[in-house]
Design a binder for this molecule. Structure first.
Ligand SMILES: [Zn+2]
Length: 91
């Protein structure tokens, strides 16, 4: 593996903890990806992470969007089950 690639991966992980990407980097007007929710998205988070948190999302994209409420829920869920383990798993 190239050094560049691994440092890039590292960068992504460092700048994207489970808190996701703040609004501004995602399109304004993007809707929450959670099934049945149509609120405006506040965060963009890796679909795998959202799925592993137990939230039901309907997206085929790599990134899922969460509204404020679901983001809170996501944070609660990920805190409960030790995010670090999932990190290792997904890395
Ligand atoms: Zn939502």
């Amino acid at each position: 593996m190239k050094k560049e690639l691994s440092s890039n991966t590292y960068f992504v992980q460092r700048t994207e903890p489970f808190e996701g990407v703040p609004l501004g980097r995602i399109d304004k007007g993007e809707k929450c990806s959670v099934t049945g929710c149509s609120r405006e998205a506040a965060r963009s988070i890796s679909t795998d992470k959202v799925k592993s948190s137990g939230l039901k999302i309907s997206t085929t994209e790599k990134r899922a969007y969460l509204c404020k409420e679901h983001y809170k829920e996501f944070k609660k869920k990920t805190k409960k089950d030790k995010t670090l383990d999932k990190w290792r798993y997904s890395a």
